[in-house]
Design a protein. Structure first.
Length: 199
């Protein structure tokens, strides 16, 4: 199956890439943190469109770490964006499991094999490469993932394979969410047109 549907939205956010000069991945995160040392809940809402009660629920369930002095650091923001980019097409407990598969205990950074901000950047780089190829197939996905992992240095044996396996799932799920969003928009247009024609 060949499939390529591009998204103008920065992964995990409600922001258009064009409005931020085409930034994505680590460059996008660095832009957010250029002035501030952390992002408050109101900033998360503006970036990702997540309300406070949703984020509190994720924190209560142990899927997101508590903000430090009411501010989220760059890796916490990346973690939130990763959950947000997958949640329309993957159950939240599965997203939590997948992120734990990559980095172990959310509250213990000593078992991490990659910083969350670097993971987010790898995903965005892979998505950009796929968009450049203008096609996404099961066969094209793994080579692109390997390119996005080219600079990665394993911290423990097997970490590279773990990352590649997780990235394959994350990227496929991201495309599923983009397709779903496009389908939902078409459905809204169709329903809106039907209502207008009936009046």
């Amino acid at each position: 199956m060949k499939l390529m549907i591009s998204s103008e939205i920065i992964p995990g956010t409600i922001l258009k890439r064009a409005d931020l000069g085409g930034l994505t991945g680590k460059a996008f995160l660095d832009q957010i943190f250029m002035v501030n040392e952390g992002v408050m809940l109101s900033g998360i809402r503006k970036i990702a469109g997540i309300d406070g009660s949703t984020l509190q629920n994720w924190t209560k369930r142990g899927w997101v770490a508590n903000a430090h002095l009411k501010r989220y650091d760059i890796d916490q923001v990346a973690h939130i964006l990763l959950i947000n980019m997958l949640r329309s097409c993957m159950q939240l407990d599965r997203i939590a499991w997948l992120l734990q598969y990559i980095n172990g205990d959310l509250f213990d950074s000593s078992d991490d094999i990659v910083r969350e901000s670097e993971l987010y950047d790898m995903i965005c780089r892979a998505l950009d490469l796929l968009e450049e190829q203008a096609v996404c197939t099961p066969d094209s996905l793994r080579p692109v993932i390997e390119v996005s992992l080219a600079d990665y240095k394993e911290t423990v044996p097997g970490a590279h394979v773990r990352l590649a396996n997780a990235l394959e799932i994350i990227i496929a799920s991201h495309y599923a969410s983009v397709i779903k969003r496009n389908s939902d928009e078409k459905m809204r247009e169709l329903m809106g047109a039907k209502v207008i024609s009936e009046n």
